[in-house]
Design a protein around this ligand. Structure first.
Ligand code: DLL
Length: 437
């Protein structure tokens, strides 16, 4: 294959007025599909006094009610499914705010569409069927591995389905098989870069040319470090499980914002306090409507990510609107080692395990890896335990946290009343990482 610039140029470079027309047509159909097949959303529309006939195009989008993570929790697990279960071929999942996880469903068509989105990202990073693409995002319920794996197949790259971790083996395959594209979280990319250096490799010793990194916030400074340590160009990629996974938006060689795959996802920026739609260029909460998804088509889903959109012309030739790097969130979700963590999940575990909800989460970054500590107050009865008893408790609590969160925190049980009480909102999270520019 020649070094092609676009994976699906007919969409990626479509004139903006045509994109908008196409979005309007798809929206009308999608609203009807959801209204007819998702009683949960039909109720929301009925309560808001909106009928599918009121939605004649994107100009009417603002009439539709929002969906939030709380709705996903209320409708768990099947309440937002829009097709019969027999038509679904896959689920993926991510953390919920408490014990219930978010479960997203896919028909075969949805998987194809998602793979196409990831293929667009890989081609935008210079990928062709001559490339060897090392996918070091986690595989399984997390969308990173499966998404980039599917995209890499579509582009025709030789795909190395490494999953995350086992850095020794990552490096061995990278060097022996001559990987040219690396897909993983930016923090893992930085760690791989460091590990290569520790083993005496110089950036020019590997065959990598590009990296496709996302799933967590990262700064321009971190980009420069990764690019230097691996000798590559580093591309950002954005997405969320609820709307499919990675590939909702991706960076081109300009590296100035991520193009949103607007033929599939309709983006809005709203004021997170009032819900009012903001004009282009404003900073606010990103909201997505999935235009093509069959199984789990969310309308006006509030991502909680804060960013800006721009339609300024991009020299890469793509006409899709660009989003800035997310600049923060409107909720308290943390992303630790690429895993989404809500303080409320931690509180749920503490209460289930018989602890008081007096705790503090401390997150930091050492050697490009997140550290994750939870200080938990013992109750006066628990405090009389022996040292051995406390250590055993710490282990048991860490195991319960691992089951809930998917990652292991270091638990420190501390004396009753030793965590500083706040006069206002309790300070539950101390995040010492510098995650945005
Ligand atoms: O993180 C999907 C993904 C996988 C994206 C691999 C890119 C690469 P979730 O686990 O559902 O899905 O987490 C979604 O992660 O709402 C953002 O807050 C954050 N996020 C995702 N990509 C980026 C990025 C995947 N490039 C949540 N920069 C989103 C900053 C990101 N934050």
């Amino acid at each position: 294959m020649e070094n092609q610039r676009y994976y699906q140029p007919e969409f990626e470079t479509m004139p903006v007025d045509e994109i908008k027309k196409m979005q309007s047509e798809k929206l009308v159909k999608q609203v009807r599909h959801v209204y007819d097949h998702v009683p949960y959303y039909r109720d929301l529309m009925d309560k808001a006094g909106v009928s599918p006939d009121d939605i004649r195009g994107t100009e009417d989008l603002h009439l539709l009610p929002f969906l939030t993570k709380a709705d996903l929790r209320d409708a768990y697990p099947y309440g937002l499914l829009a097709v019969p279960l027999k038509d679904c071929v896959r689920i993926q999942s991510t953390s919920g705010t408490t014990g219930k996880r978010v479960v997203a469903f896919y028909t075969m068509h949805d998987v194809e569409l998602w793979d196409d989105c990831c293929a667009r990202a890989i081609v935008a990073a210079g990928g062709t069927n001559e490339d060897v693409c090392q996918v070091a995002y986690g595989y399984g319920l997390f969308t990173g591995g499966p998404g980039l794996n599917g995209g890499s197949h579509k582009v025709g790259c030789l795909t190395l389905p490494m999953s995350s971790g086992n850095t020794e083996r990552q490096i061995q395959f990278m060097m022996d098989l001559g990987a040219t594209i690396l897909c993983c979280t930016p923090s893992y990319a930085a760690y791989i870069g460091e590990s290569l250096k520790d083993r005496g490799y110089k950036p020019e010793d590997n065959k990598l040319k590009a990296g496709i990194f996302g799933a967590e916030p990262w700064t321009e400074e971190m980009r420069r470090d990764i690019e230097a340590s691996l000798g590559i160009k580093a591309y950002d990629i954005y997405g969320l499980t609820e709307t499919s996974g990675p590939g909702v938006a991706f960076e081109c060689s300009e590296q100035r914002g991520m193009h949103i795959n607007e033929d599939h996802f309709l983006a809005e920026i709203i004021d997170p306090d009032t819900g009012e739609v903001l004009p282009e260029g404003s900073k606010g909460e990103l909201v997505f409507t999935s235009l093509d998804k069959e199984a789990f088509p969310l309308l006006r889903y509030r991502t909680r990510d804060i960013c800006r959109l721009t339609r300024e012309k991009c020299s890469c030739g793509r006409t899709f609107v660009r989003m800035s790097k997310p600049m923060g969130r409107t909720d308290d979700m943390l992303i630790i080692r690429g895993v989404n963590v809500f303080p409320s999940q931690i509180e749920t575990v503490l209460l289930n395990e018989g602890y008081s909800p007096n705790y503090q989460i401390v997150v930091d970054r050492a050697n490009n890896t997140d550290t994750f500590d939870i200080n938990v107050e013992l109750t006066p009865e628990q405090f009389s335990d022996t040292v051995g008893g406390v250590t055993a408790r710490e282990k048991a609590l860490a195991a319960a946290m691992k089951t809930m969160l998917g990652i292991n925190p270091a638990i420190h049980l501390v004396a009753p009343k030793s965590i500083v009480r706040s006069e206002g909102k309790a300070v539950r999270v101390i995040d010492k990482r510098k995650l945005t520019d």
